[in-house]
Design a protein around this ligand. Structure first.
Ligand code: NI
Length: 134
């Protein structure tokens, strides 16, 4: 059984490689490589897989999951510049893929290992990545 909590956050980023020219960065990363950063409205879905607890009828208390996500992920990244403010992305391009992996690692430390975790992250309405640890 899987249950999901959806949250949103807004962050600025820039995708680029220092060892590439501006032209090559623009070619590969498009507008996301513009030097002065820009923002996205990220949509985060955290899916938790486990057994239904016979006592509560829950896989996980979604209120508890909400508090974990807000405290450990949203507080950390909302209204931040991922490149400049967040050491998690030092030397790592803050692509949707890498952000999803960072969030998964944070949540893996917070949630009981009896649960499977999948992070789904959208940077735009048209793109979405999934990460479950593999
Ligand atoms: Ni971007």
């Amino acid at each position: 059984m899987k249950v999901c909590r959806r949250e949103t956050f807004n962050s600025a980023h820039r995708l680029f490689r220092e060892d590439w020219s501006d032209e090559k960065n623009l070619e590969v990363f498009g507008k996301c490589s513009y030097p002065n950063f820009h923002g996205h409205n990220y949509i985060l879905e955290v899916w938790v897989e486990g057994e239904i607890d016979p006592e509560t009828g829950f896989v996980i208390d979604l209120k508890e999951l909400k508090h974990i996500i807000l405290g450990s992920v949203i507080e950390r990244f909302d209204h931040r510049n991922l490149n400049l403010d967040c050491p998690e992305f030092k030397g790592i391009n803050p692509t949707t893929e890498n952000i999803a992996r960072v969030i998964w690692n944070i949540l893996r430390e917070q949630l009981d290992h009896k649960f499977g975790i999948e992070v789904q992250l959208s940077e735009t309405e048209k793109n979405k990545v999934f990460f479950n640890g593999n």
